[in-house]
Design a protein around this ligand. Structure first.
Ligand SMILES: [Zn+2]
Length: 130
């Protein structure tokens, strides 16, 4: 697959596509074939809200291979407007300026860059809404 095609085919906000259990209403993210709460396989597509608030966070100073250039970065657990929770990178803010309870919104940002192939991966991150 060519690099430009790879770029074009990454749908914006694709990472906000979750699933919802049709039996108990549990939101499933990342996607799985079964509901972890009730075991049902009756799963429907569900789009997560783009806004939430920060519940807790950690500053990552020694990231895994391929993410070294990003360090230090902030990894947070956020609660979205519908009450679902997800772990995500907090971006556009210095680690020292991050506070629990801060309002956040989803943005599309670069996550890694493969120097040999030139492939750049994008994903949803969250940034403060001041
Ligand atoms: Zn369920």
């Amino acid at each position: 697959m060519s690099v430009p095609r790879y770029w074009r085919e990454i749908p914006e906000r694709s990472r906000l596509e979750a699933s919802k259990c049709a039996t108990c209403g549990n939101v499933i993210y990342p996607n799985r074939a079964r509901c972890a709460k009730c075991g049902s396989d009756s799963i429907e597509p569900y789009r997560l809200p783009e806004r939430g608030k920060l519940l807790t966070f950690t500053v990552v100073r020694n990231p895994p291979r391929g993410f070294e250039k990003m360090a230090p970065f902030v990894l947070g657990i956020i609660e979205l407007e519908d009450g679902s929770r997800l772990m995500t990178q907090i971006t556009d803010v210095m680690p020292g300026e991050v506070t629990i309870g801060m309002p956040l919104e989803a943005v599309l940002r670069k996550v890694s860059e493969d120097g040999d192939s030139g492939i750049i991966e994008y994903a949803i991150k969250f940034r403060p809404t001041f």
